[in-house]
Design a protein around this ligand. Structure first.
Ligand code: NDP
Length: 419
């Protein structure tokens, strides 16, 4: 029996909401709160037809911590699941501290205004100190450790697929297959086709910022940064086939480097087709990926937000996307003195997801783990005061829940490795 406040009602949130509603023994009541309440009401109307979970809705501007706190005080949830945007992480965490309620999210904090001088100063100092230039990093949220401890609440950071499931796979590999892990390659393959010349599978602004940034990986205790899309490999993905993939910076590298003892190298690769890359390069070259406002016919517009308005809504890709995703990790290390390599992955079929919850697999593979993370906290399966990355908890109950709630995984011994 629990009450969950879910903030956000986009592609990922809608899957998380439907999964909570399927799991009504655990989530007896949920409140869906977002900037646009009509979206929350539409989802409520849909799930009310079949769920036992009592669903209510609310309007909230989650950029305003005081609005989130007021909602928490009125609704009195056992936990808050943040599936809005990374821009809202800190304001929601502030409200959770004030109201002493646990917090779960799927992506680490990113500043919306990267020209804000106060933010820029901290960012530039961090770039020099750590050696990667991505706009997002965990330092902002790890800084809440003491506040969460004092409030006696749990902060569970990054319960999506990557970060999230890939981090749990890492904890599971370490617990059951290795004495030490030397290298981790995280491979994110989307073999789906939505039939549009260009669209992004989740929030375009977040997605395009991630993909157009320099790549980086962790090696021998430090970050190595490379030009965007400059490291390319091919991999033959089980159930998907041969794909080109490119090295990206990705947030779980930062926490896994801290939490997997002795790991020597962590890399992240994502597959992209040539058409996606050509479109992205062109948009970047003409300035459409810029987050800096420009004056247009007497109005201030942010190019990437205007582009978002032109692109298909990721939530609308569900009916048209066919094919499968394969996301997982290849681990190399030692067990009982012997070298060993394993690959843990999940394959998810876009059309199967659409049949079940009306979404494509990218939202599905993030929304299901968001529900599972919330379940781990509200059932007390995972507990502790402070801010935690997901690999810091016992992976076994989460791995069981993945099998049960739609993301079954496979362990392959001696897989093909990435050079
Ligand atoms: P969408 O853009 O589809 O949805 C975002 C939702 O947040 C919308 O409902 C939006 O409201 C709402 N929102 C935005 N700003 C506010 C605000 N100030 N107050 C209240 N609500 C707000 O994004 P996605 O569903 O694709 O992504 C959701 C999250 O999941 C993101 O943080 C993303 O980074 C993360 N993610 C994580 C992945 C992982 O594997 N870990 C993979 C994919 C995504 P409105 O409808 O009014 O715009």
């Amino acid at each position: 029996m629990s009450r969950l406040l879910i903030i956000g009602c986009g592609g990922v949130a809608q899957v998380a909401i439907k999964k909570c509603c399927q799991n009504s023994e655990v989530f007896t009541e949920i409140c869906i709160a977002s900037r646009t309440k009509s979206k929350c009401d539409a989802v409520k109307e849909e799930v009310d037809k079949w769920t036992k979970t009592k669903v209510t809705t609310a309007q909230v501007d989650a950029d305003k911590s005081e609005e989130v706190a007021a909602l928490i005080k009125a609704y009195k949830p056992d936990a808050v699941l943040n599936v809005a945007l990374p821009y809202q992480d800190l304001s929601i965490m502030d409200a959770c501290v004030e109201c002493k309620v646990s917090y779960i999210d799927t992506a680490n904090y990113e500043a919306e205004d990267t020209n804000d001088p106060a933010w820029r100063k901290v960012y530039e100092e961090r770039c020099k100190r750590l050696g990667f230039t991505a706009y997002f990093d965990y330092s902002w949220q790890w800084a809440y450790e003491e506040k969460f401890k004092e409030a006696g609440i749990t902060g569970l950071l990054g319960s999506g697929f990557d970060p999230g499931v890939t981090s749990v796979f890492s904890a599971y590999a370490l617990k059951h297959y290795f004495d030490e892990i030397d290298t981790i390659d995280i491979l994110d393959c989307n073999g789906g086709d939505h039939g549009y010349p260009f669209a992004t599978n989740f929030n375009p602004e977040i997605n395009l910022r991630e993909v157009s940034a320099p790549g980086s990986y962790w090696e021998n205790g430090k970050w190595i940064e490379v030009e965007p899309m400059s490291i390319k490999r091919e991999y033959d993905f089980p159930q998907v086939g041969m794909k080109d993939m490119y090295l990206l910076h990705h947030e779980e590298i930062e926490s896994l480097a801290k939490n997997i003892p002795g790991v020597k190298r962590i890399r992240f690769f994502m597959t992209f087709g040539q058409s996606y890359l050509t479109h992205m390069k062109c948009l970047e070259n003409v300035g459409m990926l810029s987050t800096e406002p420009i004056e247009f016919e007497g109005k201030q517009i942010v190019p990437i937000q205007f582009l978002k308005a032109l692109l298909p809504d990721p939530a609308s890709l569900g009916p048209r996307t066919v094919g499968k995703t394969n996301i997982g990790c290849i681990f190399h290390g030692k067990k009982d003195g012997k070298e060993k390599t394993i690959y843990i992955y999940n394959v998810c079929d876009h059309q199967e997801c659409y049949k079940e919850v009306g979404s494509q697999a990218i939202s599905y593979t993030t929304g299901v783990p968001a529900m599972i993370g919330a379940m781990m906290l509200v059932t007390g399966t995972w507990s502790g005061a402070g801010v935690f990355n997901i690999e810091e908890f016992d992976p076994d109950p989460y791995m069981d829940a993945l099998n049960k709630w739609g993301l079954p995984w496979v362990v392959e011994e001696n897989p093909r490795t990435v050079e």
